[in-house]
Design a protein around this ligand. Structure first.
Ligand code: C2E
Ligand code: MG
Ligand code: MG
Ligand code: MG
Length: 287
């Protein structure tokens, strides 16, 4: 009996996997024409000072509005784009759009762009970034490139060389999703990062998980020790924000300050007269 049941379960998984593979192939295929069809767009999410709500910059997050499926999550399509190689073209599009947009702002805010492993280690990446900055007129120090640890592990020597070249042209580097990858501590020493982004999975749990709170404290201590600013990702509540403030975290990003949205929604922040986010929430800090 167990044998036939096992067989049935196996067939069930086999069928489910087949469907998954077809789904991936179909997304992979559709992604190839996504740029040309105008299906990709950029969402911007503010990064703000914990104590004042003053905005320092924005992270750019790619959005795909599929013609029949509607919005597809980056956590679904980015891995597919990485595997198929289409992330190279898409990544160039993102970088160019983001720099062009940021170069037009009245305030010299920072623009953070996510770059995947394949892009980072592809031929001519640094030259592409340099040319994009030149074409758009964005000063290099306003561009921050976000890289996860996983992206460094694929080819660490090549990644290091690329990061050093990016530093040499004046671009800033942030380690994304810190705490979720491997051997985080040695990577911070081995690679020339300017900033640490604490992964949102820890922030999310600071109030009901003492271990998450301990990890956040430790990362903040690490940042102080290494002289690297730390930004907290995924801050959703004023409780999380006040915890971060009391632990000495100076910068945060998350739904509390604003969801990723088309840049048009942030127009007041891009002009000269409004520098901070509207903030009934910030009064909670230090209460
Ligand atoms: P990430 O770079 O760590 O980006 C942060 C993610 O957290 C974004 O998800 C953002 O929408 C989400 N987030 C921000 N604040 C909050 C919050 O308060 N609560 C919660 N629950 N989530 C929050 P998103 O936009 O779905 O992107 C997922 C990942 O896809 C990104 O993680 C990044 O690794 C990747 N990605 C997005 N755009 C690009 C891109 O242009 N190029 C590359 N290579 N990867 C990208
Ligand atoms: Mg990021
Ligand atoms: Mg992240
Ligand atoms: Mg991530």
């Amino acid at each position: 009996r167990a044998k036939t049941e096992g067989k049935g379960t196996y067939r069930f998984f086999e069928a489910a996997m087949g469907a998954q593979i077809r789904e991936r192939r179909s997304l992979e295929h559709d992604l190839r024409s996504a740029i040309a069809n105008g299906e990709l767009s950029l969402a911007y999410q503010p990064q703000a000072q914990v104590d004042t709500g003053e905005v320092n910059g924005f992270e750019v997050l790619l959005r795909w509005n599929h013609p029949t499926r509607g919005p597809v999550s980056p956590s679904t399509f980015i891995p597919i784009a990485e595997e198929s190689g289409s992330i190279l073209k898409i990544g160039e599009w993102v970088m160019h759009e983001a720099c062009r947009e940021a170069a037009n702002w009245m305030r010299p805010l920072a623009i953070a762009v996510n770059v995947s492993a394949l892009q980072l280690t592809s031929d001519g990446f640094v030259e592409f970034v340099r040319r994009t900055l030149e074409d758009t007129g964005l000063p290099p120090e306003r561009l921050e490139i976000e890289i996860t640890e996983t992206a460094l592990i694929r080819d660490p020597n090549r990644a290091l060389l690329t990061l050093q070249k990016l530093k040499a042209i004046g671009v800033n580097l942030a380690m994304d999703d810190f705490g979720t990858g491997y051997s985080s501590l040695s990577n911070l020493r081995a690679f020339p990062f300017d900033k640490i982004k604490i992964d949102r999975s820890f922030i999310h749990e600071v109030h009901d998980n003492p271990q998450a709170a301990a990890i956040v404290r430790a990362v903040l201590g690490l940042g102080r020790g290494l002289g690297l600013p730390v930004i907290a990702e995924g801050v959703e509540t004023s409780e999380e924000l006040s915890f971060l403030g009391s632990e000495g975290c100076t910068e945060a990003q998350g739904y509390l300050f604003g969801r990723p949205a088309p840049i048009g929604e942030f127009v007041p922040l891009l002009s000269n007269n409004v520098v901070a986010l509207p903030k009934p929430l910030l009064r909670a800090v230090g209460d």
